[in-house]
Design a protein around this ligand. Structure first.
Ligand code: SF4
Ligand code: SF4
Length: 370
């Protein structure tokens, strides 16, 4: 017995695939599947999160619809994957946010922006619509200590919630605790994740809207992923500037935090825009309609984070700085708080699945040699 119909369908498909094995060179899912004879729910969650949704196995499959076997691995694994995000959410009471994700994220962003606009407008009415320049200009509207407190708390909450969800996923999918402390598995997973190794459909590329494979989805995913990392790096470097060098923001355009933030912001414009276009054209046979609003809401939040950050950089010396700072901070706060209950978790669970797979692959080679 499985917990949901999607898990039961994934079990059926994996059982068919395990007899066929035609797709074993396409990605990590099929070799991991071949290491199993049965598919309990936790293993199916692991396989679903290992799947990158490249679509290759759907187009290559002789049993895909309209064949009576009705094998649609990408769509079924996408459904199981989306359900796994809610199943392992922490606290569990918030798991329903995944089902109403677009709505929840829009409300969080709107409240965040309104709170900062109202806070700046009411508490700093004299300086809200005034141009500020020079070191410490942002802190005329919100003291640095208050920013650190609010965003530090939100960040720590996101970390704790994501960590608790990851621990539940890891236990359920049969992960061994010490695997995460083994450098070779972590490095292998980081290499595979960093170049999206399993989005390449076995070398030909990802298929999205038709049978012609390509690299566009991978490219836009790279822009998004590395854009996010560069923005995070910019924040870390700015923190060092503040506390170690005693230099207050805003920094010159040629300073390291601004260069990193600008590159990251551009990545967050180009990547999400490209992923949005790819989603609109995706073959319905590969789509899991239930999670569409979650996917689009996450893409929109990343795009708005990049756009509001770059707008703040461009107009920070003008009277628009106050409203732009409020909008940017409101969006970033909403992003942090909703991270554990939206598409962001796919990066965490997929990385964990890749670590697990790195270990399984080594173990299976060692068993074959012994
Ligand atoms: S997806 Fe189809 S072709 Fe590929 S292993 Fe499964 S049954 Fe075989
Ligand atoms: S969609 Fe791509 S990554 Fe997912 S199982 Fe099929 S071939 Fe593997």
């Amino acid at each position: 017995m499985h917990a949901t119909n999607a898990l039961a369908e994934a079990d059926r498909i994996m059982t068919v695939c395990n007899s066929c094995r035609y797709c074993e060179g396409l990605c990590a899912v099929f070799p991991a599947m071949e290491m199993r004879r049965t598919f309990p729910d936790g293993d199916l969650d692991y396989l679903a999160n290992l799947c990158h949704g490249c679509g290759a196995c759907y187009y290559d499959c002789q049993f895909s619809p309209p064949h009576e076997f009705n094998v649609d691995a990408p769509r079924t694994l996408a459904e199981v994957r989306a359900q796994s995000y809610a199943r392992y959410a922490w606290p569990a009471a918030f798991s329903s946010l995944f089902a109403r994700n677009g709505c929840a994220i829009s409300i969080a962003a709107a409240i965040g922006i309104l709170l900062f606009l109202a806070g700046f407008g009411l508490l700093e009415s004299d300086s809200f619509l005034t141009a500020h320049t020079g070191a410490g200009a942002f802190y005329a509207l919100m003291p640095h200590a208050a920013m650190v407190f609010v965003f530090g708390l939100a960040f720590l909450y996101a970390l704790a919630s994501l960590g608790a969800g990851l621990a539940k996923f890891w236990r359920a999918s049969g992960g061994v605790g010490r695997t995460f402390a083994t450098l070779r598995f972590l490095l292998q997973a980081a290499r595979d994740a960093g170049r999206l190794r399993y989005l390449d459909g076995g070398g030909a590329g990802c298929v999205n809207e038709n049978e012609r494979p390509g690299d566009r989805r991978a490219l836009f995913h790279h822009f998004t992923f590395y854009g996010f990392l560069l923005c995070f790096a910019a924040t870390c470097v700015a923190t060092l500037y503040h506390y170690v060098l005693g230099r207050e923001a805003p920094y010159a355009w040629y300073s390291l935090p601004v260069l990193l933030g600008t590159a990251g912001g551009l990545g967050l414009l180009i990547g999400p825009a490209g992923l949005f276009a790819a989603k609109l054209h995706r073959d319905p046979a590969l789509r899991e309609p239930e999670s569409r609003s979650m996917d689009l809401a996450f893409i929109a939040m990343l795009f708005l984070t990049g756009a509001s950050g770059l707008a703040l950089l461009l107009f920070r010396a003008t009277a628009a700085m106050g409203p732009l700072l409020a909008i940017h901070l409101g969006i970033v706060l909403a992003l942090f708080l909703t991270m554990p209950y939206g598409k962001f978790v796919h990066g965490i669970y997929r990385f964990a699945a890749l670590v697990h797979y790195a270990r399984e692959r080594v173990q299976s080679k060692e068993t074959a040699l012994s």
